[in-house]
Design a protein around this ligand. Structure first.
Ligand SMILES: [Zn+2]
Ligand SMILES: [Zn+2]
Length: 222
């Protein structure tokens, strides 16, 4: 079901939906949100993409987002809920040698983020492994030596900053690039601090914007 909803082509499954005309917060043009594709941002509250300018409204003012969902037709709110709760089966690997590089390991305690990251990064041609907490991320990173670790900052068992610090201080894993994602410490002071203290290679604010992520991965993995 959710695969159909993620289809950006506006195929037949989307016909018959109650139209929902809204004004894009970015370019001001009206569009039918009921037919718009979901964005590719890594967030548990994804939004829709304006067909005119390509902007989603994950980063729109809160007032815009609240109004959008308050007035949205029931069908769209239902799809949003289904999308958020869709099942996710992490990739099981028997041998790391099977994976095509670059390999990206994504660590986050929110399954929806792991599911979206798998889909989005897979679409960019990366092999994607997932870990649901820091301890698992460290174990997988040591075993597989991915090219890059994209980790949430705050996780149970071991947080992402600690994972980064440990990887960077071990000669066997110090060349693995580490990008830290955070929704809590968004001030640039924390960014500078994380880069220096934990030797992170990059830092992303949540919700992670797809275009920003894509560009950062391209820089880090080229
Ligand atoms: Zn627009
Ligand atoms: Zn978005």
């Amino acid at each position: 079901m959710y695969n159909q909803e993620m289809d950006s082509k506006g195929n037949a499954s989307q016909s018959g939906r109650e139209p929902y005309e809204v004004e894009c917060h970015a370019c001001g043009k009206p569009f039918n949100a009921a037919r718009a594709p979901w964005c590719s941002c890594l967030t548990n509250l994804r939004t829709l993409v304006c067909p005119a300018c390509g902007a989603c409204f994950c980063a729109a003012p809160k007032g815009y987002r609240d109004r959008f969902w308050a007035q949205a037709p029931q069908d769209l709110s239902r799809r949003r809920f289904e999308e958020k709760t869709a099942p996710f089966e992490p990739l099981q690997i028997s041998s790391p040698g099977e994976l095509r590089r670059p390999i990206v390991l994504v660590a986050d305690d929110e399954r929806v983020i792991l599911r979206l990251a798998t889909k989005v990064l897979g679409g960019l041609g990366y092999s994607v492994l997932t870990a649901k907490d820091g301890a698992e991320a460290l174990k997988v990173a040591q075993a597989v030596r991915p090219d890059l670790v994209l980790t949430d900052a705050l996780m149970p068992r071991m947080d992402g900053r600690e994972v980064c610090k440990r990887l960077k201080s071990d000669p066997r894993t110090s060349s693995i690039k580490v990008i830290i994602m955070t929704s809590t410490y968004t001030a640039s002071r924390y960014k500078t601090e994380a880069m220096a203290a934990y030797r992170a290679d990059g830092y992303l604010n949540k919700p992670v914007d797809f275009k920003v992520l894509k560009e950062l991965l391209r820089q880090q993995l080229s």
